[in-house]
Ligand binder design. Sequence first.
Ligand SMILES: NC(=O)c1ccc[n+]([C@@H]2O[C@H](COP(=O)([O-])OP(=O)(O)OC[C@H]3O[C@@H](n4cnc5c(N)ncnc54)[C@H](O)[C@@H]3O)[C@@H](O)[C@H]2O)c1
Ligand SMILES: [Zn+2]
Ligand SMILES: [Zn+2]
Length: 383
Amino acid sequence: MLAMNYRGPYRVRAERKAPPQIKHPGDVILRVTRSCICGSDLHLYHGLVPDTRVGMTFGHEFIGEIVEVGSSVKKLKVGDNILVPFNIACGMCSFCKQDLYSNCHESNPEATASGGFFGYAHVAGGYDGGQAEYVRVPYADVSPTIIPPDIHPEDAVLLTDAYPTGYFAAEMGGIKPGDTVVVFGAGPVGMIAAKCAWLFGAGRVIVIDHVEYRLEFVKDFAQCEAYNFRSMRDPVQFLKQQTGWYGADVCIDAVGCDASGSALQTITGKKLMLQAGAATALHWAINSVKKGGIVSIVGVYGPTDNLVPIGNVVNKGITIRANQTPVKRLLPRLIQHIRDGNIEPKKIITHRVPLEEVSDAYHIFSAKLDNCIKTILIPPSAN
Ligand SMILES: NC(=O)c1ccc[n+]([C@@H]2O[C@H](COP(=O)([O-])OP(=O)(O)OC[C@H]3O[C@@H](n4cnc5c(N)ncnc54)[C@H](O)[C@@H]3O)[C@@H](O)[C@H]2O)c1
Ligand SMILES: [Zn+2]
Ligand SMILES: [Zn+2]
């Protein structure tokens, strides 16, 4: 089959590889019809994630048609069209039982923190992902969900990660009616977080980034304010000034370890690797939230050390909430919001690219070329 193949930092290509097989009675094999490239894939592509192995197929956002089912699968059958949350969850461990599906204790042999994710290096279990013609889906009865007939396939593929994660970022913010919410990052996740902040009653939503076309897009998509941090002397001072010098009620970090904007963070986090990525946006979030406010982190950071201003967290009495998104828990609510017309996630899709061109697609998304926001990959066997 054709699959995206990781060859090392900044090098991916579409290559032939053996198709996946059922390894466990709870597996299904999916013929992928659509997959996405995510900001999380960029951390892998940029070589920032430990134990990303050559030969790995990325892709944790995908939908498809079941072509084979393991002998113990009960809820799904050949021919079903399903969306597959990016978390691989067993459904039975004590964490899954608390709806912490992204922290499953069984699906990742290195499960001290996150559970298994599709297409995300061996620190997340080493599962091949869905930027391919076929993919093996373990624990198929737990998280994978039949796509309701009234849900468009492009909305369905965004229900596997980007839309739930934006929503989750807003939910973790504990937004109260009238709150001022600042979202760092105008990528797909930040845009959806900004849009969803209104669903929780925000009174004002401000997005910060430095990519002009994304700022322009989010103003319209999320009906919010959007500012370029390159045009400010100090983003924290700007946000304080915007909020009567108190700070925002809620700050959301939708950037993660690949952040720009601070030479110190970039050199120590991305060049010398003295810390697990650049924590620039997280710094700004902690320093521009008000005393007693909430910082919600969905931006991905590597394990172990980061230079974050923990003293300010303590002295300001900030609550920090963070996790990988437990997609399964949120799906019913998110599908209802689409049906109610509150959000149309597929509006953020700007590029629809044949899987054969995956190398160019990564380059365009990574370098923010061609007004790219969200890219869908279409395998040759999809139609
Ligand atoms: N927690 C989860 O479950 C989960 C799920 C999906 C994605 N993520 C993470 O969310 C983050 C965003 O994902 P995405 O797909 O939107 O990625 P993306 O790369 O498309 O967007 C990130 C945006 O942040 C901007 N940015 C860079 N430095 C900044 C700074 N200092 N301040 C403000 N903006 C800055 C970039 O210009 C870019 O537009 C990534 O870290 C990704 O790994 C987490
Ligand atoms: Zn993703
Ligand atoms: Zn589990």
